[in-house]
Design a protein. Structure first.
Length: 362
């Protein structure tokens, strides 16, 4: 895998205090119905040397405003689809059936307890990592694309870090994980408590096409999600490994995702066991290959450090994860099976990431 040429200069965004943002964003609309300007803590852009940038550049403005919205989004409901589009009888070209009747089995139970109080709350008095929105040249798509990158507290390019590639669902993009789960908060807290290894988290856009926004009939973008396999392997990973201090072996590379991204993670991760040693599918979608296609020879799964499956028991797509779990269990393949009380929603994926991250790189 060769690095993407012409890397864009990187700038790390220091996010604002989420509580202050929420307080200052209230009542921005006066009685006249017109908007007026209020001073907001939009955070600071810092160059790699740590010097704050002066002046507003359009890319910085867009990302700063985006970060404000992300900061206030902890109560936003996930926009991932929970049913086929209206008028669609459920037929598709995907390997799996879509939403169906939920039938629970005796072993569809949680593998972990409810997260502790304060697990997802930003904490003072600990070191914090950074989020950056970066661009890269995708030869697969033939355009310049974006991805969000979390670097852990104390990150330095002179050190090598393991990397988790974290994929979004069919209704998301490179901002979905920060909007729905705030991985930077979860990892900052876990690392401070010694429960997770310091790691880089890469959140790319899994819709590998030139118009990669989640607009229109989301289900028509399915081919672009399959095409992302080449973008991930040929463009995303080489870019990260050329710009950041990372290990480059499979033992230090993980792949996981939610819904459509969960299917991508199982498809790509189990299809490239030479590249990934840690694989997780959260509420995996109908794009998930059939179980026998995922692992034609179950013995090859012995090369994995972790194989994770999780889903909410109120999720109409649980039959997909159940089927993969049953296949793995019947063939004696070690794996985590974690079923919670959630649906196809952000709380499910947030707690899945919280526990998944604690298993990695140990």
């Amino acid at each position: 895998m060769n690095p993407s040429p012409n890397p864009a200069p990187e700038r790390t965004f220091v996010p604002p205090d989420r509580r202050k943002v929420r307080a200052r964003c209230e009542r921005l609309r006066p009685p006249t119905g017109r908007f007026r300007h209020r001073s907001l803590n939009l955070g600071v852009w810092r160059r790699p040397g740590g010097v704050p940038e002066t002046g507003w550049q359009m890319s910085a403005v867009r990302t700063s405003l985006l970060s404000v919205l992300l900061a206030a989004a902890s109560t936003v409901t996930a926009q991932e689809p929970t049913a086929p589009p209206q008028g669609n009888p459920g037929k598709s070209t995907e390997p799996r059936a879509s939403w169906g009747k939920i039938v629970l089995n005796a072993d569809d139970t949680p593998a972990f307890p409810q997260p502790p109080v304060g697990w997802d709350v930003p904490r003072d008095g600990i070191a914090h990592g950074h989020l950056a929105l970066i661009e890269y040249d995708s030869r697969t798509v033939g355009t310049r694309r974006k991805m969000t990158v979390y670097t852990p507290p104390g990150y330095t390019p002179e050190r090598q870090y393991p990397v988790l590639y974290l994929l979004h669902g069919i209704g998301g993009d490179e901002t979905e994980w920060p909007r729905f789960a705030q991985p930077e908060v979860l990892l900052d807290n876990l690392i401070a408590d010694g429960k997770a290894a310091p790691m880089i988290i890469v959140m790319p856009n899994g819709r590998a096409q030139k118009e990669d926004r989640a607009v229109g009939d989301l289900f028509k973008h399915s081919p672009a999600f399959a095409r992302f396999e080449r973008d991930l392997l040929d463009d995303v990973i080489p870019t990260i490994e050329s710009r950041y201090g990372t290990f480059t072996d499979r033992e230090h590379r993980a792949l996981a995702g939610l819904s459509m991204g969960g299917g991508q993670s199982l498809n790509f991760g189990l299809g490239h066991l030479d590249l990934f040693a840690w694989v997780g599918g959260f509420s995996s979608a109908p794009n998930t290959r059939t179980s026998k296609e995922l692992l034609p020879d179950p013995a090859t799964a012995a090369h994995l450090k972790l194989l994770w499956l999780s889903c909410g028991k109120r999720d109409g797509l649980i039959h997909i994860s159940q089927d993969v779990h049953a296949y793995l269990k019947a063939n004696g393949v070690p794996h985590v099976w974690h079923v919670t009380d959630h649906a196809h929603d952000a709380p499910e994926w947030k707690q899945a990431l919280y526990y998944f991250a604690q298993q990695l790189f140990k």
